[in-house]
Design a protein around this ligand. Structure first.
Ligand code: NAD
Length: 313
């Protein structure tokens, strides 16, 4: 069993580190939050006082941090040049493609093998060890990272070279955000046209309109399988995180001059829902509340709708 550094023990990282410890690895855990460290200790990790201490004499470094700036800061200050050059570096955070590629290049220049390995699946999947990992990096770096990722996930897919994991993640989530909005407005229209929503679900989930947002994650309470909609949109994948991923997708689209009007529209709608209407902490399917007039914020309290444009203005 290996000695592994795990940095970033929040909602996702906490469960992931616990699964590595449960599998018998010697997990050296660090986070800025003492509550997160206490939880990691209770789950079998050895808590240390700094990121630099965590990476001493390890075979792998795994990070699960909020955003690109945290990843850059931690790798530049405490990982690259501090961990043994034989250590495999695995960043599982969802960050921008540019930062991911830059950090992998810095690591490569210092003699490390590093991958970007963002995940699909929420907190429950992190706890259960059933995440999907999309991995970017060389074949050799992927092969070294795979045994650790296998413990934390159900599917580990090599997406391509450095940054390909982040690219796959934001492309997938741009599609998810746009398809969720489309699913929500479809149900609202169906209701206004007098359709029974369970009957419409039964039809559309077997017809050409079917998509994951409808069939597996239906945004209407009491319709389809059990989803966050049945728990007043608590838990699940927060609208704030969907907004973050849509913004990363729009940044990437701008960088490579890709025309993404549906993604841009989804970003505007999620910004309005999460930031102007206070929906940030709700599951992302709760955007149906904004689309259906009867579920909108009380009259008079709603912020004006922003103009809807696409990424080309
Ligand atoms: P979180 O905010 O719960 O956890 C992040 C942790 O990083 C916090 O505990 C924070 O204290 C720690 N941290 C920040 N800076 C640090 C530093 N310099 N050194 C050490 N620790 C530091 O976030 P999360 O929900 O666990 O998400 C982590 C990543 O996973 C994000 O990139 C997110 O987009 C992605 N993600 C989240 C979900 C989800 O459902 N929560 C799903 C898929 C992907």
């Amino acid at each position: 069993m290996a000695r592994v550094a795990f940095i970033g023990l929040g909602n996702m990282g906490g469960g992931m580190a616990a699964n590595l410890a449960k599998a018998g690895h010697d997990v050296r855990a660090f986070d800025l939050s003492t509550e997160a460290l206490d939880r990691a200790k209770a789950k079998g990790c050895l808590v240390v006082g700094s990121a630099e201490e965590a990476v001493e004499a390890v075979e792998a470094v795994i990070t699960m941090l909020p955003a690109g700036r945290h990843v850059r800061e931690v790798y530049d200050r405490a990982v690259i040049g501090k961990a043994p050059a034989s250590a495999t570096l695995i960043d599982c955070s969802t960050i921008d493609v540019t930062t991911a590629r830059e950090e992998i290049e810095k690591a490569r220049a210092a003699g490390y093998r590093m991958v970007d390995a963002p995940v699909s699946g929420g907190i429950a999947a992190a706890d259960a060890g059933t995440l999907t990992f999309m991995v970017g990096g060389t074949e050799e770096a992927f092969k070294r990272a795979e045994p650790f990722l296998d413990i934390m996930g159900r599917a580990v897919i090599h997406a391509g070279g450095p940054g390909a994991g982040q690219a796959a993640k934001i492309c997938n989530n741009m599609l998810l955000g746009a398809s969720m909005v489309a699913t929500c407005e479809t149900f609202v229209l169906a209701q206004k046209l007098g359709l029974d929503l369970q009957t419409f679900f039964d039809i559309s989930s077997k017809a050409s309109g079917q998509c994951w947002s409808m069939t597996s994650y239906c945004p209407v309470p009491g319709v389809g399988p059990e989803t966050p909609a049945d728990r007043d949109y608590e838990g699940g994948f927060a609208a704030a995180l969907m907004l973050k991923d849509l913004r990363l997708a729009m940044e990437a689209a701008q960088d490579v001059d890709a025309y993404t009007p549906m993604g841009a529209h989804a970003e505007e709608l999620y910004a309005r829902f999460a930031e102007a209407l206070g929906g940030a902490g709700k599951d992302f399917s709760a955007i149906i509340k904004m689309i259906d007039d009867s579920w909108r914020a009380p009259a008079g309290s709603e912020a004006p709708a922003p103009p809807v444009t696409n990424s080309k203005g």
